[in-house]
Each structure stands twice: as structure tokens, then as C-alpha cells.
Design a protein around this ligand. Structure first.
Ligand SMILES: C[S@@+](CC[C@H](N)C(=O)[O-])C[C@H]1O[C@@H](n2cnc3c(N)ncnc32)[C@H](O)[C@@H]1O
Length: 294
């Protein structure tokens, strides 16, 4: 039975318009999630089309296969950084299009068991791939102060990185920090409580999630291997949700365009329409960049 989790694919019609240039083509969905984009893409593609869907999250893949329920989809339980190797194994020199919808899905965020949520208490987990030995709990309870400070600064752009790292070190001396609620309270303590709409631990949670899943390294690796993922004439689309990701994409796309081997499909990042943001809060920070291989 398909669980009731909802994940509304962001900017799906706009992405399909820009990415699906060959009705019978081969496409890579690097971040299949619950299959929202893929399902929509398949509704606009022909019977010969194929989508290769990647996700590190085995549960998400299982749900995506059930939801999409289409023989044109083949799934891979691995990082999208493996896309070049998988394409090669299939005898393909590249795809006609590739989508990377970065970050985490609403299913992961809203499911307390996965430990991504500040508002729903759960185990301090945050792994996309539950076979990954590095959970947020391991980082928070065993990494040295300097490392905690570094990830809070580099992956969270957290201005209170030093006091938060110190508060974590002090708290863990009293016993294990095992839940998202405990961590949220520690950060709240540093900020002297909650003010405004955004929880003070938002940046801390982002930093831990990125560190735990090696997110920025994966993005950079995929951006560096786009030539092995997209064939000439094909396109790559990336949806980002925070400035760290967007900066990597923007800079790499600029370099590729400068080389003359690629051209920017949209000069500036595209954003969702007002109506989409009204209906789906997760869309509010989305930025879409698309590039075409010459
Ligand atoms: C924003 S969601 C994708 C949602 C999807 N587009 C949909 O419409 O249902 C991002 C997904 O990417 C996965 N993910 C994150 N990093 C990944 C990586 N390096 N390789 C493969 N999947 C990854 C996450 O597990 C998550 O399921």
C-alpha cells in the first residue's frame, strides 16, 4: 500500500518545458524522491522514453516505484554521482536531460522518524541513506568542537557557530544528545528563546544535514561530471533551495558557458510563480537553473 506522504514536485511544468526536448528520449532524475517530477515528465513523454531515477533513500525509491508505476522508469539506489557509470553500463553516452532537485523531500522532513524535523521530535538521524554510518547523532555527540564550529559556519552560515558548538559540547558532557528536540532546545538556549517565524535551530539543522549526507560534495561532483551525464544537445536542470547550493550551480554553469561547450538556457535563475509558493511553502526558496550542452 502506498503511504499517504505528499511531496508536490516544484515547478514541474516549467522544468518539463525546458528539459524534455525529445519525446522518446532518455532522462536522468538524479533525485527521484517520491517520483513527483518523474511521474509528471512521463505523462508528457512518449512510449519510447526512459527515465533513470536515482535516490540514496531506499524507502523513497520503494514509494516512487509504486506511485509512478511505469515500466519506462528504472531506479537506482545510489547517489546521482553514479549516473555516469550507470549510463555507461547501459551503453548510453549520455542522457537527453537530467534533473537534480536538491535537498530533502517533504516526506523526509515531515516524518519524525527520519530525524530532519525541528518541530516533530524524533531520533537525531538525518541520513538520506540509512545504511550510511554517519548520522547527525554521531556528529553531534563525537565530533570535536572545531569541526562542529566549521560545519555550522560552512554549511549553515550560522553566525552563532561558536556559542552553539560550545553549548553542544557542554550538553553532551551531561549525556547523549539523542533527539531533534534536545538539539533544538540547546540552540534555542543560545539564542535566548524563539523569536519570529523561523526556528533559531534552522541553520544548525541545515548544517548537520549537509555534513551527514556530504551534500555539497555530491552537488560539486555531479556538476563536474555533467559531460558524462548529458549528451550534446541535451540539457541539465538544477533546483536549489539555499544560497550554498545555488552558488555552486551558478558558478559552475558560468564556467561551462564560458568554455563555449555549453550555453545557459536562462540567464538568471527562474523562480516559482506566486500561486505555486502560496500553495506549497517549500517552493518559496526554489531557484531553477538550466544549461544546454552544445
Ligand atoms: C527534493 S527531494 C526530490 C523530490 C522529487 N523531485 C519529487 O518530485 O518527488 C530530494 C531527494 O534527493 C535525494 N538525494 C539527496 N542527495 C542525493 C544524492 N546525492 N543522490 C541521490 N539522491 C539524493 C533525497 O533522498 C530526496 O529523496
Amino acid at each position: 500500500m502506498t503511504e499517504n506522504w505528499v511531496h508536490i514536485p516544484i515547478m514541474a511544468p516549467q522544468i518539463a518545458d525546458l528539459l524534455l526536448t525529445q519525446p522518446g528520449g532518455v532522462y536522468v532524475d538524479g533525485t527521484l524522491g517520491l517520483g513527483g517530477h518523474t511521474k509528471y515528465f512521463l505523462s508528457r513523454l512518449g512510449p519510447q522514453a526512459r527515465i533513470l531515477g536515482f535516490d540514496k533513500d531506499a524507502e523513497a525509491l520503494r514509494m516512487a516505484v509504486e506511485r509512478v508505476n511505469d515500466p519506462r522508469l528504472t531506479v537506482f539506489h545510489e547517489s546521482y554521482t553514479q549516473a555516469p557509470q550507470e549510463l555507461q553500463k547501459l551503453g548510453l553516452s549520455g542522457a537527453d536531460g537530467a534533473l537534480f532537485d536538491l535537498g530533502l523531500s517533504s516526506y523526509q522532513l515531515d516524518n519524525p522518524v527520519r530525524g530532519f524535523s525541528i518541530v516533530h521530535d524524533g531520533p537525531l538521524d538525518m541520513r538520506f541513506d540509512r545504511q550510511n554510518p554517519l548520522s547527525a547523532e554521531v556528529i553531534v555527540n563525537t565530533w570535536p568542537m572545531a569541526e562542529l564550529e566549521r560545519i555550522l559556519k560552512d554549511f549553515g552560515e550560522e553566525r552563532q557557530a561558536t556559542p552553539i558548538a560550545l553549548a553542544i559540547m557542554q550538553a553532551r558532557r551531561q549525556g547523549k544528545i539523542a533527539t531533534t528536540g534536545q538539539l533544538a532546545k540547546i540552540v534555542e538556549g543560545v539564542y535566548g528563546g524563539r523569536r519570529g517565524k523561523t526556528h533559531p535551530a534552522t541553520q544548525t539543522f541545515q548544517a548537520l544535514r549537509i555534513a551527514c549526507n556530504g551534500e555539497l560534495d555530491a552537488v560539486q561532483q555531479a556538476l563536474n561530471s555533467l559531460e558524462q551525464i548529458v549528451r550534446p544537445g541535451g540539457r541539465a536542470a538544477v533546483l536549489t533551495f539555499h544560497s550554498l547550493e545555488d552558488r555552486l550551480v551558478k558558478n559552475r554553469f558560468k564556467e561551462l558557458a564560458k568554455s563555449g561547450a555549453w550555453k545557459l538556457v536562462n540567464k538568471h535563475a527562474l523562480a516559482p510563480e506566486y500561486e505555486e509558493v502560496r500553495q506549497n511553502r517549500r517552493a518559496r526558496s526554489a531557484k531553477l537553473r538550466v544549461i544546454e550542452r552544445m
